[in-house]
Design a protein around this ligand. Structure first.
Ligand SMILES: [Ca+2]
Ligand SMILES: [Ca+2]
Length: 356
C-alpha cells in the first residue's frame, strides 16, 4: 500500500510538472497574438524575392545585402530545390531591384544555406560580408570580401568551431572577428524541442571568435537569435527569441559582454537592426510562431515590426510600426530603416519595401 501511494504521488507530481511545463512551453514558444493589421501606405513587394530574406544589412551608401533561401528544420521553404543566395539592392536608386551577387573563389554554392549576415567595413573602405551558413544542416560562418564596383563577393574562408554549434546570427567586429549567437544547445532538432525548449533550459549562448581566441562571452539564453551593436560600438543587443526579450550588454575591451539590462517584449523577436544615425532598434518579430511550424497557406503566420527608441534609458519607447496577418508578408524576421525607406524581410517568403 505504502509503495502504491508513493508511486501515485510521484506520478501526480510528474503529471502536474508536465502540465505546467506544457503551458509555459506554449507561452514561450508560441506567444500567439492575433493582431489587427497595421499597414503602411507606401509599400511594394520586391519582385524576385519569393524564397525568403531572413536577414538584411545595409552599407552606409544604401547598398543592401539580403540573405535568401534559408532551409531550416521544421520551417517552410517554397523553393526547396533552389540554392541559397546573397542578393544586393541599391536603395538609393529610383526603383530598387535585387540582383544576385556572384561569388568567386571556389565557394561551394550547391550546399549554400545562408542565415544571419553582417558586414564589416575597414578604414580603407574594404568591406567584408559575414554569412552564417548551414551546409548539410551544420553551422559555419563564411567570410567574403565585397567588391563594390564589380559587384561580386570573393570567398575568403570558412570558420567552423565546436563552440559555433548552432549559429543563428553573426555580428562582424573585425576583418576576421565576430560575435555569433547559438539558438539551441542540442544539435538534434527533436532533442532540442523536447528537452531544452520543453523543459525551459536556458543553455544557449553568444560566442566571440577571432583567429587567436574563441570563447563564450554570454550565456543563459533560452534561444539566442539576432545580434547587433550600438553605433558607437559600446553596446551589444541580443534577441532571446523564447524569452521574448532583448538583452543589452556592454562590450568590454577584452570583447567579453557585461550584462546591462533586459527589455521585455510581448512578441517573438528574431533579428535586430540598428539605425546608424539615431541608434534606434528595428525589430523583425513573429506575432504567432505556432503558425511558423505548422504552415497552412490558408492561415499563414503573420508579421510584426517594432521600433525601439532610447533603449538605454529608463523608459525605452516601443512603437508597433507594421502588422500583417500574413496576407501580404508572412513570418517577418528583419526590418531595416534607411533614409526614409523601410525594408522588411521574411524567413521563407517575400520582402516588402516601404517609403516612410
Ligand atoms: Ca544579422
Ligand atoms: Ca534570425
Amino acid at each position: 500500500m505504502g509503495k502504491l501511494m508513493l508511486l501515485m504521488t510521484v506520478f501526480i507530481v510528474f503529471a502536474a510538472l508536465f502540465v505546467e511545463r506544457l503551458i509555459v512551453f506554449r507561452q514561450k514558444l508560441f506567444a500567439d497574438r492575433e493582431l489587427p493589421p497595421k499597414r503602411l501606405p507606401n509599400c511594394e513587394l520586391i519582385p524576385g524575392i519569393d524564397n525568403g530574406a531572413e536577414d538584411i544589412d545595409i552599407l552606409p551608401n544604401g547598398l543592401a545585402f539580403i540573405s535568401s533561401g534559408l532551409k531550416y528544420p521544421g520551417l517552410k521553404t517554397f523553393e526547396p530545390h533552389k540554392g541559397g543566395q546573397i542578393l544586393l539592392m541599391n536603395l538609393r536608386t529610383e526603383n530598387p531591384r535585387p540582383v544576385e551577387l556572384k561569388i568567386e573563389g571556389g565557394f561551394d554554392l550547391d550546399s549554400f544555406n545562408p542565415h544571419g549576415i553582417s558586414f564589416y567595413m575597414e578604414k580603407n573602405d574594404s568591406i567584408y560580408l559575414f554569412v552564417v551558413n548551414h551546409p548539410e544542416g551544420k553551422s559555419a560562418v563564411e567570410i567574403f570580401k565585397f567588391f563594390q564596383d564589380e559587384k561580386y563577393l570573393l570567398y575568403l574562408r570558412t570558420v567552423t568551431n565546436e563552440l559555433l554549434s548552432s549559429v543563428n546570427d553573426v555580428l562582424a567586429v573585425g576583418p576576421e572577428h565576430f560575435y555569433a549567437t547559438n539558438d539551441r544547445y542540442f544539435r538534434s532538432e527533436t532533442v532540442s524541442v523536447y528537452v531544452e525548449m520543453f523543459w525551459g533550459l536556458s543553455w544557449t549562448n553568444v560566442v566571440y571568435y577571432s583567429p587567436k581566441k574563441v570563447k563564450e562571452v554570454a550565456s543563459g539564453f533560452y534561444s539566442a537569435n539576432g545580434i547587433n551593436m550600438s553605433p558607437d560600438g559600446k553596446f551589444i543587443y541580443v534577441a532571446d527569441i523564447l524569452d521574448h526579450s532583448i538583452q543589452v550588454f556592454q562590450k568590454m575591451s577584452n570583447m567579453n559582454l557585461s550584462p546591462v539590462k533586459a527589455l521585455k517584449l510581448e512578441t517573438i523577436l528574431d533579428n535586430i537592426s540598428v539605425d546608424r544615425k539615431t541608434g534606434d532598434l528595428w525589430l523583425g518579430c513573429h506575432p504567432n510562431a505556432a503558425k511558423l511550424f505548422t504552415y497552412d497557406p490558408k492561415n499563414p503566420p503573420g508579421s510584426e515590426i517594432l521600433l525601439v527608441k532610447d533603449i538605454l534609458s529608463d523608459k525605452p519607447k516601443i512603437t508597433q510600426v507594421y502588422v500583417d496577418d500574413g496576407s501580404i508578408i508572412q513570418a517577418s524576421s528583419v526590418a531595416v530603416f534607411f533614409e526614409r525607406h523601410l525594408l522588411i524581410g521574411t524567413v521563407f517568403q517575400k520582402a516588402l519595401f516601404c517609403h516612410m
